[in-house]
Ligand binder design. Structure first.
Ligand code: ADP
Ligand code: X2W
Length: 303
């Protein structure tokens, strides 16, 4: 077969393969967490934006929650301010909170919005303050034996991380309005407390809760590993809650993967159909995951 004809056949095959998936996901909401570590090379960012525009065109409703941990770290470094993580959470004093708000609500959010719009989409950027989207409360972590954190509460077994929050409630009215107006919402993980203070929330936690509240079909977590890896560094294709508990206990899951996996489990236990951890370094990872038979990354199952 001539090369041009063979190419045309391949394109037709790919489109036909996508058809049942398009049918399945049309009209459904997919919450995608775009991790700061996945936002690296320009061609990957362009590919991600194109994937979203295509999804929207075939009737799927992507809602983006982004991170920006490395980008916050870079600005803090330029300002000469040290930063520390405990159980995957950044200890956030009020100066750090100002930087977090500038980077997440400002530069990172607007870069993603601009990227999507340049590829023909219509994105609108928000933080959890807009439309009172994310109500936060202070997060107090339970101390484990390995913690040597300086900041402490009056209760010795709890660790106070400053302006770090968890989601208290989500009022998705503004997101629903944007989705029904055919916009792609791009959300920075900053919440507001009853005290009016801003809270820095791990983006995975926001994505998980938002997927629950929006009754999303799927939660996709894009990061900088092939997915969840086992003790030998091999990709785990599927795992359930018991498997995850075992990997946490044996220290195979640590650091930034801890909040990610916990929120994936919470989301599926709350009724989201599937949670996937995907490799954001793979071009078009989201499209491959959604519209092809190829399995990329790790699927977190209910049982
Ligand atoms: N079992 C594991 N499998 C894969 N990555 C893991 C695992 N345990 C810990 N990690 C770490 O978690 C990181 C992903 O979390 P994080 O750095 O917070 O990414 P993101 O910015 O995408 O949220 C990986 O780069 C890896 O260093
Ligand atoms: C409390 C906490 O740790 N908040 C995160 C918020 C950004 C984030 O989650 O970014 P990634 O998804 O890129 O890691 C932080 O300050 O880094």
């Amino acid at each position: 077969m001539p090369i041009a004809a063979e190419r045309a056949q391949n394109i037709a095959r790919v489109l036909i393969e996508a058809l049942p998936y398009i049918r399945r996901f049309t009209g459904k909401t997919i919450v995608i967490k775009y991790g700061g570590n996945a936002m690296t090379e320009p061609h990957l960012k362009d590919g991600f934006a194109r994937d979203l525009v295509l999804m929207k065109l075939v009737g799927v409703n992507p809602v983006i929650v982004h991170g920006g941990g490395p980008q916050i770290g870079q600005l803090l470094k330029r300002l000469g301010k040290a930063t520390e993580f405990v159980q995957g959470m950044r200890v956030t004093d009020s100066e750090t909170m100002d930087v977090v708000e500038m980077v997440l609500g400002g530069s990172v959010n607007k870069e993603i919005v601009n990227l999507i719009n340049r590829h023909g989409g219509a994105a609108v950027g928000l933080t959890g303050k807009d439309g009172d989207l994310i109500r936060a409360r202070k997060l107090l972590l339970r101390r484990d034996a390995s913690d040597t954190t300086v900041l402490e509460t009056d209760i010795p077994e709890l660790i106070d991380l400053g302006h770090v929050g968890e989601v208290e409630s989500i009022d998705a009215g503004v997101v629903d309005m944007l989705v029904s107006g055919n916009f792609i919402p791009v959300i920075a993980p900053i919440g507001v407390g009853a005290d009016g203070f801003s809270y820095n929330i791990n983006a995975d936690l926001v994505a998980g809760k938002l997927a629950e509240v929006l009754h999303a079909e799927k939660l996709v977590l894009l990061t900088n590993t092939a997915g969840l890896l086992d003790s030998a560094g091999e990709l785990i294709r599927q795992i359930d809650a018991a498997g995850v508990a075992n990997l946490i206990q044996t220290g195979v899951i640590f650091g930034g993967m801890l909040p990610k996996i916990r929120c994936a489990l919470d989301a599926i236990q709350a009724g989201v159909n599937a949670a996937h951890i995907l490799d954001g370094r793979v071009e078009h990872a989201v499209l491959l995951d959604l519209f092809t038979d190829e399995g990329v990354g790790t699927l977190i199952r209910r049982r």
